[in-house]
Write a protein that binds this ligand. Structure first.
Ligand code: ADP
Ligand code: ADP
Ligand code: MG
Length: 619
């Protein structure tokens, strides 16, 4: 067995791997960038090595530094986690050439599955049904347009080197094909350094179903059943579950057999995932499920499989990398109950899901659930990496039970001042379609408006908040923000405002407290609000939110939609920022006037640069 392991990753997955390694008595070595000097994975590992500055391309993506860190600390093996270098065959080879153990498949298997076109061709040859489409060399636009017409619209243009939901364009009509192709190729070269695309039939009522596979160096390959990852936003998974709702046993047996066949075709060793796309217009049918791609690494959503099978997939990875045979044979693997995972992201659904960067001053996770995270209260979400804060994972005897537990867990999730998608996740779990397992990858987009709108605060919440904000000092004990003592109540009225600029006139029972509270945080169904007393009008700055629009991360301004002095309405687009290779629109938090504008098209801006300031106008 491996005695020491370097984890070439950060965040929740680094912590997840460290947990299992330590339980197995393996010494762990973390690596970290400047931004991560105080990160949780650094604290939890037995040892940690600084490998460079904050941008990933200067630290977590620099293979030589990582290998040097392993050598310097005497680590025997390297686990790449997911993302970063996990699917980089050259890095895997360099690890092996350095005399270290690579916790992953052979570099040749990574290469075989690395590009979507080559992988599909290989799978088709191995007798695996693949999504119908064109996956050849010829990239001439007119030729590709002909193929698209042959396949029949709608089609999906996909970067062969794409990943993480990027580099894809759905085209509904031949007239739009050329523009979509050009824009997809531009994004593909910018993000992946490879402009090659393939054209696929866009599957109707698509469901994303994937199968966990596992191989060892003794020629054994098993599957650990399927996961359903159909709840997606912009082709990125949001909620995942196992097993897949509506999957009958016969279909499961066929699908999992196909997955094992696919893994065998590349002599797969270690943990891998075969992703399929299903046409669910008439339920799940084996003849309407096609191979889409293989991810040759541990998957973000691997915990749901662990929860229904009782297998620790990281333990299996470390055993297999140490040369052991798979601990269980296929016939010893069973599905037990139902598991569901929600990805908690530092993003603001109310502003088009803009990433939300900053300190985690207040952070509470549900105690009843498995929570895989890489941050703690007092930590921060940095602009340099993926904004996932945690994965909340629930297990129940039945699907309904798992949904209920996850829903309760979301209600108990409290994060501030970083904004999260917790409220959005809760709404998603409440959707009647989701409740009956009637899911497809378009569900979120169809319902998005209802999913992102916070509920109106109820009167009781407002009364409690107002009472806490107006509490007058006394000598009694004062515990939590809302835990004040009611003492001969008398009725009062106050004007309070939340952080979105909504103001409320509230009548409440006066209370006494140690000291008045400057602000009160309230968490309702995952939606977070901060309330303050509204200062009398005309006293200068508004107390709540002074309407300062800060750049959420370093980036470049690509559009400015307003001029200084313009009257704007809540939600109106002000400035568009290009950052982390995505476009983010910044919108007005409330009705007002553009009091300050520091944004110019083409300008590079730092994180938290003041771009626009909106002032409320007197009416
Ligand atoms: P999964 O099915 O495990 O979510 P993805 O392909 O969506 O697989 O990516 C897993 C993780 O790897 C993402 O959450 C992200 O952190 C990282 N990742 C993958 N591809 C990219 C990419 N092209 N750019 C940035 N991050 C990526
Ligand atoms: P990535 O490498 O970015 O994960 P995938 O090929 O796995 O790329 O596709 C990502 C998502 O895009 C899928 O989970 C699915 O929701 C959607 N998708 C991909 N191919 C198709 C298709 N042919 N028809 C409909 N939806 C698709
Ligand atoms: Mg995928």
């Amino acid at each position: 067995m491996i005695q020491s392991l370097l984890i070439a990753n950060r965040g929740e997955i680094a912590c997840r791997i460290i947990r299992t390694a330590q339980a197995m008595g393996i010494r762990t070595v973390a690596v970290y960038s400047d931004a991560d000097a105080n990160a949780l994975h650094v604290q939890e590992a037995d040892e940690a090595v600084h490998i460079g500055s904050s941008p990933a391309r200067e630290s977590y993506l620099v293979g030589e530094k990582i290998i040097a860190a392993a050598k310097a600390t005497g680590a025997e093996a390297i686990h790449p986690g997911y993302g970063f270098l996990s699917e980089n065959a050259e890095f895997a080879q360099a690890v092996i050439d350095a005399g270290l153990i690579w916790v992953g498949p052979a570099p040749a298997s990574i290469t075989a599955m690395g590009l979507k076109d080559a992988a599909k061709t290989l799978m088709a040859e191995a007798g695996v049904p693949v999504t119908p489409g064109y996956m050849g060399e010829n990239q001439d636009p007119a030729f590709l347009a002909e193929r698209a017409a042959e396949i029949g619209y709608p089609v999906l243009i996909k970067a062969v080197a794409g990943g993480g939901g990027k580099g894809m364009r759905k085209v509904d009509d031949a007239a739009d094909f050329m523009d979509a192709l050009a824009s997809c190729q531009r994004e593909a070269s910018a993000s992946f350094g490879n402009a090659h695309v393939l054209i696929e039939k866009y599957i109707q009522r698509p469901r994303h179903i994937e199968v966990q596979v596992f191989g060892d160096t003794h020629g054994n390959i098993v599957h650990l059943f399927e996961r359903d990852c159909s709840l997606q936003r912009r082709h990125q998974k949001v909620i995942e579950e196992a097993p897949a709702p509506g999957m009958d046993e016969a279909t499961r047996v066929q699908l999992c057999a196909v997955a094992v066949k696919a893994a065998k075709a590349v002599d797969y060793v270690g943990a891998g995932t075969i992703e399929f796309i299903a046409d669910a217009s008439e339920g799940l049918r084996a003849d309407r499920i096609w191979f889409m791609e293989m991810n040759t690494r541990l998957q973000v959503e691997h915990p749901v499989t662990e929860e229904i099978t009782g297998v620790d997939l990281v333990e299996w990875q470390l055993r297999v990398a140490s040369g052991e045979a798979l601990p269980l044979r296929q016939d010893a693997l069973r599905i037990n109950g139902w598991a569901m995972e929600a990805r908690l992201y530092a993003e603001n659904p109310a502003t088009g899901f803009l990433p939300s960067i900053g300190p985690l001053d207040h952070l509470e996770f549900p105690e009843e659930l498995r929570v895989d995270t890489g941050v703690e209260q007092g930590g921060e979400v940095s602009p340099f990496y993926d904004p996932m804060i945690a994965k909340l994972i629930a297990w129940g005897e039945t699907r309904d039970e798992a949904i209920g537990l996850l829903r309760d867990g979301i209600d108990c999730t409290e994060v501030w001042p970083v904004k999260t998608n917790a409220g959005f996740l809760g709404r998603l779990l409440d959707l009647p379609e989701f409740g009956i397992g009637d899911v497809d990858t378009g569900l979120i987009a169809r319902e998005v408006d209802a999913l992102v709108t916070p509920p109106e605060p109820d009167e009781d919440e407002l009364a409690e908040v107002a009472a806490a904000l107006c509490a007058s000092p006394d000598d009694g004990p004062f515990s939590a923000a809302l835990g004040f003592r009611v003492n001969a109540p008398s009725r009062a009225e106050a004007r309070i405002t939340d952080d979105s600029g909504n103001s409320y006139v509230v009548s409440f029972d006066e209370v006494e407290a140690d000291e008045p509270t400057a602000d009160v945080l309230a968490f309702t169904d995952g939606f977070a609000r901060r309330y303050v007393l509204e200062e009398p009008r005309g006293s200068g700055h508004s107390a709540v939110s002074d309407g300062a629009i800060l750049s959420p991360m370093p980036g470049r301004i690509i559009a400015v939609e307003v001029a200084a002095g313009d009257i704007v309405t809540k939600g109106q687009k002000l400035v568009t920022l290009e950052a982390m290779k995505m476009e983010h629109s910044l919108t007005a938090p409330f009705d007002g006037v553009v009091a300050e504008l520091n944004a110019e098209v083409g300008a590079q801006v730092q994180v938290e640069a003041l771009l626009v300031r909106i002032e409320m106008v007197e009416v």
